[in-house]
Write a protein that binds this ligand. Structure first.
Ligand code: LLP
Length: 428
């Protein structure tokens, strides 16, 4: 991104022209950035330990075009629903490279995943292990099984984004892991090959990743010894944070790779050089996306300046849900002195519908264009129709091209699933 004559430019495209052509609110994704990030992440790990499989988390960004970019880069996929699994398969991701996670998988979803030869299905509970076995028997194919272990580890992040303490719903508790593997090992329908942990999201300290990897590799040794199994896929989850604010810095990919790998090379050799699976979401796509939004109303309440913009919690939920702070740039006046404090409210009838509080900007006027940065992860994927708002359009920038990869929803699309029982239908 750069600024020329006060106008924000992303990958050579003027933001105000994109907004004019495609309307606002508008997500803009950079193909170049996604590819660059994916490669840099993969290479940072593979330079230290070659047997690495990167499976981007589709929940962060599940556009078909993005899934194709990942597939073309040779990535796997981390999916948590039958729809995400279909998306990966339709994008021609090799089934062997797909990891299926999540706290709830319905029986028919497991049948679908097993019959599609998904490379790793991570059980989240004892009862799911049993369901996996039954589904495998039903479809007459072994289930490539892993177990998500809750390691009991505190990750410094927003409380909603931590996942690996006893109070969290995820996985099988560390103290029960050997019992779970011993049970699973006895089952001929389960091909027990993996282990999984995901300690949380948006983590910016490396220490907890070092502790997590040491704990995982120790546990794999114990499992192999206690059960006679050979764990060949160790799935380290996602969680690497992003620098949402210019002043807050996340780890580099290299620091992350070193935290996970550098103390463990000998152990990995002793474990037979298993495949290490990584499930980055935010780390690959967050900084590949911006959200363009128009100031429709500028007003003052006492001494507070408000700009009401056309992107709200329905478009971008992170600020309302996690009090997330994203950098905002006045895209058409980016070189002007920033002298005034503004709150940016969205179109929804909720006081919490505030995209940013106290941003320092030029005096905003109706018609100004703003760019919210680092929204490529958990942006569109958490958008909703709340307050009858259509989900926004999404544009992909590829070199000199800018193409719609998702059109703005229409009223007809928004209500397509609605039905009126006959006793309520209109009388003609
Ligand atoms: N693997 C598993 C099993 C996960 O549950 C997640 C995210 C990931 C990988 C990817 O995590 P990442 O690398 O992006 O941290 N909506 C929230 C984030 C929720 C993350 C849920 N799980 C946000 O906007 O911050």
């Amino acid at each position: 991104m750069r600024i020329e004559d006060g106008r924000l430019i992303i990958d050579g495209h003027l933001c105000d022209e994109l907004a004019k052509e495609f309307g606002t609110p508008l997500y803009v994704l950079s193909e170049n950035r996604i590819r660059h990030n994916y490669r840099a992440f993969q290479e940072a790990l593979a330079r230290i330990y070659p047997n690495v499989l990167v499976c981007p988390a589709y929940k962060a960004n599940w556009h078909l075009a993005v899934a194709r970019i990942y597939q073309m880069e040779g990535a796997g996929a981390e999916v948590v629903s039958p729809a995400e699994l279909k998306l990966a398969l339709e994008s021609e991701v090799e089934p062997e490279k797909i990891v299926y996670n999540g706290p709830l998988k319905k029986f028919e979803d497991l049948e679908f995943a097993i019959s599609s030869s998904v490379g790793l299905i991570n059980a989240d509970s004892f009862s799911e292990l049993k369901k996996m076995q039954e589904a495998a028997r039903r479809v007459r194919k072994p289930c490539n099984t892993g177990i998500r272990v809750n390691l009991g580890m505190r990750a410094e992040t927003h409380p909603h984004l931590a996942t690996a303490l006893r109070e969290h719903k995820f996985g099988i508790w560390l103290g029960d892991a050997i019992t779970a593997y011993t049970l699973a090992a006895k089952n001929p329908d389960l091909s027990v090959i993996g282990i999984h942990s995901h300690i949380g999201s948006n983590i910016t300290q490396s220490q907890v990743f070092s502790e997590m990897s040491a704990s995982m590799f120790r546990l794999v040794g114990q499992i192999n010894d206690a059960t006679g199994l050979k764990i060949t896929k160790i799935d380290m989850g996602g969680g690497l944070g992003s620098s949402y604010q210019v002043e807050s810095s996340a780890m580099t990919y290299e620091e992350y790779a070193a935290a996970i790998l550098s103390q463990n090379m000998l152990t990995l050799r002793q474990l037979g050089e298993p495949t290490l699976v990584f499930e980055p979401g935010r780390a690959i796509v967050a900084d590949a996306g911006i959200l363009l939004t128009r100031v429709d109303v500028a007003k003052r309440q006492g001494d507070i300046n408000w700009a009401i913009v056309d992107a709200g919690m329905n478009t971008f939920l992170r600020p309302a849900l996690y009090q997330a702070k994203h950098h905002v740039v006045a895209a058409n006046r980016a070189s002007e002195p920033r002298t005034v404090s503004f709150n940016l409210g969205g179109p929804c009838c909720e006081s919490g519908d505030v995209i940013a509080k106290g941003i320092i900007s030029p005096m905003l006027k109706e018609g100004d264009l703003l760019a919210v940065l680092h929204v490529g992860a958990y942006g569109f994927s958490m958008a909703s129709n709340y307050n009858g708002q259509p989900r926004p359009a999404v544009v992909l920038i590829t070199g000199t091209k800018s193409e719609l990869i998702r059109r703005r929803e229409t009223y007809e699309e928004m209500i397509a699933g609605e039905m009126i029982p006959s006793h309520l239908s209109k009388q003609f």
